[in-house]
Design a protein around this ligand. Structure first.
Ligand code: GLA
Length: 384
């Protein structure tokens, strides 16, 4: 668990026989609204959660890299030469991919080897960006020990590059940005074209609300299949509309899009264009304390993902329907889709009963047991 740094320090000491230089911590995320908009240069509104990766790290005087984690306990050995040849696999592709991406983007950076121990309590494969948490914990650590002086937006870009190349998933910049820019009790309103960030105070706690996450346990992978296909459809749509990215298409342009595009591509475009508009409206609603309006936008976002973008699955729809029947302020699937998690904004005193309802619905349909838990908007990546 990452509640403290004792465990990861002990793992470092036990594996490498020395004290680490320090510990760094970076959280996973949930996305409140703005799905599949990041790689369309659009808007997203995620927050960093209270589950994180912690690393204990020390630089070395040579080029060797040694990694150990609580995931499997095995010691992985490499060196910067192998890293630069992108010779890495398994979970170590995340930290090594970051070391590679720093070299790629900053040819003059003085890199040395390092020893690192990794621990995480972000559930893996649930769509809560466990990989971005590892990337950003290692990125802030190497930024410090290598004295790189890179700003947070650049660290997010490095993490995205690591994910795209080392892991082969053609994902956008949202997850890494949420992990570095997160702040307690706030969402990260990010313009994915400029990487301009504004913190949007959420005030869920003050309003007596919590965000319930339900991990459906339906497994998804973004390096293959549907995610890539949706991304291709968006690029086709933007090209047909004669714009660099769907960010440049507005709701008023949709009738023209419908004339130009085949039905499927049009519906993919309509999701992205209306989702960008929903993010902007959500930010305004949250800033004026209109949580009911925000909840309605969450609901509308889910419908758009289910019917137009077609990335939901029956389990995600069931969580959303159950939450809505229980009187949730709003509910939607979150993340890339095809599995993973749904979220519901609910009264704090109703969250436990909703969790029980969801378990019952899944059991009645013979689905794998889901895992409900609440998350709290938390601070982003930092030294601890
Ligand atoms: C995944 C990707 C993100 C983003 C979401 C969909 O989480 O990693 O970059 O595209 O899907 O919003």
């Amino acid at each position: 668990m990452t509640a403290g740094t004792d465990g990861v320090r002990a793992l470092f000491r036990g594996s490498f026989g020395a004290e680490p230089t320090g510990c760094w911590r970076a959280p996973g995320r949930v996305n409140l609204i703005g799905e599949h908009t990041d790689y369309n240069d659009g808007f997203v509104l995620p927050f960093a959660i209270d589950r994180a990766t912690t690393v204990a790290l020390a630089p070395r005087d040579d080029d060797r890299v040694r990694l150990v984690s609580t995931f499997d306990g095995a010691l992985v050995e490499s060196d910067l030469g192998a890293v630069d040849r992108r010779d890495f696999a398994g979970w170590s592709a995340y930290p090594l991919g970051v070391a590679w991406a720093i070299g790629e983007r900053h040819a003059g950076a003085e890199r040395r080897g390092f020893d690192v121990a990794v621990d995480s309590d972000v559930p893996v494969g649930a769509g809560l960006s466990s990989s971005a948490a590892i990337e950003m914990a290692v990125a802030v650590a190497l930024n410090d020990v290598w004295g790189l002086g890179l700003d947070r937006a650049e660290l997010a870009r490095i993490g995205q590059r690591a994910e795209n190349i080392a892991v082969g998933a053609p994902t956008g910049i949202m997850d890494q940005s949420a992990s570095v820019f997160g702040e307690a009790d706030a969402a990260v309103f990010l313009d994915c074209r400029t990487l301009d960030v504004q913190q949007v105070p959420l005030g869920f706690d003050a309003a007596g609300l919590v965000l319930l996450v339900v991990d459906t346990k339906v497994e998804h992978q973004h390096s293959t299949g549907g995610y890539r296909d949706r991304r291709d459809a968006c690029e086709r749509g933007a090209a047909a509309m004669g714009v660099p990215a769907l960010r440049d298409v507005t709701v008023d342009d949709l009738p023209r899009a419908q004339e130009l595009l085949d039905d499927v591509t049009f519906r993919r475009v309509r999701h992205v264009v209306t989702e960008d508009a929903r993010v902007l409206e959500s930010v305004a609603a949250l800033r004026s304390g209109d949580l009911a309006r925000f909840g309605a936008l969450m609901d509308a976002s889910h419908v758009s993902m289910r019917d137009d973008f077609e990335i939901s699955v029956p389990q995600l729809d069931a969580v959303v329907a159950t939450a809505q029947a229980a009187g949730a302020v709003g509910a939607r699937m979150t993340g890339g889709g095809f599995g993973g998690c749904a979220i519901a904004l609910v009264r704090a005193d109703a969250a436990a009963a909703l969790a029980v309802d969801v378990l019952r619905v899944f059991a009645a349909r013979g689905w794998r047991e889901p895992v409900p838990f609440t998350v709290v908007p938390s601070d982003g990546a930092r030294a601890v």
